[in-house]
Design a binder for this molecule. Structure first.
Ligand code: MSP
Length: 520
């Protein structure tokens, strides 16, 4: 039985969601929706990462308990994903009881089999990364390169995981599976990081951190965030050291973990070693996406340029998230950094979704009504050569998704829109009608409408609402499976009446030009 399991990173809940978090969830949702068209069993997991010193400190500064802070912020993430039409099967919170107890069992198993041992430790700890850093990872000024803060010197007795024991096996795995890390150029970075890895600290003393999952049989220690967080991918399926849950047996190993490039090390090294220690099959792919900047600057609270996804919807008066989904999904080639700017957003979605795609459907249907009273006549044929281009696009998009190249797939769909627009311009059905070449005019319109059905199916994972409105006006069944998607979708007979035609995406109004997500 073919099945597909996909996950996002679980977000820290010491703040509210921003468009960097949203970028990842949108990419993942689009991949999941695409695979749902190909397979019956797709499982999409997302969630929130709720333990650690940052939550402890933020909640203390607000005068609330850590759990209260987690509840408040986890709800914000879930509301945001709802507004963005992120359609996961399950949302895990690392404060869920089943997760905590499974993590304790996993930890205990690793202690019992000798993969985790206790030792005293002195090191440089970065609170932002929630991990110890090596001297050589720091900037020239001794700062953490991700957070530009000086790590604290920490000395305590901790549990350690024998990462070094798995070093050679991980190197071998990465070298033998060139498609394991996507995009492939990141594999070298990981191989370099592997060169000087050490055993890692996997617990903290409660004298330093109290907000964590306690180590069973050792209440002085809490399990350090990465073992807790990474395990979510299996505990969510019901794994708790026994492989006895149906979902675990059905969906593990994961097809792809979608994560940011900043946490690739944790997934390609720590997580793989943990799975090796648990003698579990390894993930098939790790998709490391790039970083989203705002107006080309890194998003940060101190710069005051953090954008909440819902603010974009509100400010541009969008009734759903399709435009933002499309924009974010195509913001950067696979694995590369991308940028958000209000002006570019407005310009791009107006051009692509309203002017090119939406307008193409609208004027073609309007011509069908004007010249043929909305009826597709039996003598109308379709144009094989452009339909071939549409057929190829179906394969091209599928290939891109095989490699998780979401932006590339989106661009290929928009290329088909452009080619179809050019076909309309070149064949000028309005001129054919004027010259009373009605059958030829009908050929052109039927061909375009046929392609629009294909486009609605292809764009659905990106823009589910627009696709639904397109399909409705085309009387096309969007539930079609990918393999059944062909180019003979328009049936002879009455297709539409004038009053049933409406624009699928309204241009974002020019008077909104001055509106900006930037706080004034
Ligand atoms: N909690 C960890 C992940 C544990 S996964 C077992 C974490 N949380 S995070 O909230 O800091 O980041 C969550 C995800 O959002 C990560 O994949 C991270 O790369 C991504 N992003 C956070 N800011 C981002 C941008 N500005 N741009 C793109 N993605 C970004 O790391």
């Amino acid at each position: 039985m073919e099945r597909f399991y996909i996950t996002t990173a679980i977000d820290y809940v010491n703040g509210a969601p921003h468009i960097g978090h949203a970028y990842e969830k949108i990419l993942t949702d689009i991949i999941a929706r695409h695979y749902k068209k190909r397979l019956d069993n797709v499982y999409f997991l997302s969630g929130t990462d709720e333990h650690g010193i940052k939550i402890q400190k933020t909640s203390a500064s607000k005068g609330i308990t850590p759990k209260e802070l987690c509840d408040e912020n986890s709800a914000k993430f879930q509301e945001c994903w709802k507004a963005l039409d992120i359609d996961y099967n399950k949302f895990i919170r690392t404060t869920d009881d089943y997760h905590k107890s499974a993590v304790q069992k996993i930890f205990k198993k690793l202690v019992e089999q000798g993969d985790i041992y206790k030792n005293s430790y002195k090191g440089l700890y970065c609170q932002g990364c929630e991990c110890f850093l090596n001297e050589k990872d720091l900037t020239e000024d001794g700062l953490c390169p991700n957070h530009m803060k000086k790590p604290e010197e920490v000395s305590e007795e901790n549990y350690f995981f024998k990462l070094t024991k798995y070093k050679d096996a991980i190197i071998k795995h990465i070298k033998e599976n060139p498609d394991f890390i996507v995009p492939a150029f990141r594999a070298n970075e990981v191989l370099n990081q592997l060169e000087d890895i050490q055993d890692i600290s996997v617990s903290r003393s409660i004298s330093n951190v109290t907000w964590g999952i306690p180590v069973l049989d050792d209440p002085e220690q809490v399990i350090y965030v990465w073992i807790d967080a990474l395990s979510n991918y299996i505990t969510a399926l019901g794994y708790d050291t026994e492989e006895n849950s149906d979902d675990f047996r059905k969906f593990w190993p994961v097809d792809v973990h979608v994560i940011g490039k900043d946490i690739l090390k944790f997934h390609s090294i720590y997580w793989i070693a943990l799975l090796m220690a648990l003698k579990l099959p390894l993930p098939k792919h790790l998709l490391a996406h790039g970083w989203i900047t705002i107006d080309e600057a890194k998003m940060s609270k101190s710069l005051g340029n953090v954008i909440a996804p819902q603010d974009i919807l509100k400010i541009f008066e969008l009734k759903n998230a399709d435009a933002l989904r499309y924009y974010m999904a195509t913001a950067a080639p696979c694995g590369k950094d991308g940028n958000y700017s209000d002006d570019d957003f407005k310009e791009k979605v107006n051009a692509h979704l309203a002017n090119s795609m939406g307008n193409l459907l609208n004027r073609t249907l309007s011509m069908l009504v004007k010249y043929f009273d909305g009826e597709v006549k039996s003598e109308f044929k379709t144009d094989a050569s452009i339909l071939n281009t549409a057929k190829n696009t179906i394969d091209i998009v599928k290939n891109y998704f095989d490699n998780f190249e979401v932006a590339e797939a989106g661009n290929a769909i928009m290329t088909l829109v452009d080619v179809t627009n050019k076909y309309v311009t070149d064949n000028a059905p309005w001129t054919l009608a004027k010259e009373e070449k009605m059958t030829e005019c009908g050929h052109v319109l039927t061909t375009v409408l046929d392609i629009m059905c294909v486009i609605s199916a292809l764009i659905e994972p990106f823009c589910p609402n627009i696709a639904r409105d397109m399909a409705k006006q085309l009387s096309f069944n969007l539930d079609i499976k990918y393999d059944d998607l062909h180019v003979d979708n328009i049936k002879v007979g009455k297709l539409i009446s004038k009053e049933d035609i409406y624009p699928v995406f309204l241009r974002m109004d020019s008077e909104l030009a001055d509106k900006s997500t930037k706080k004034k």
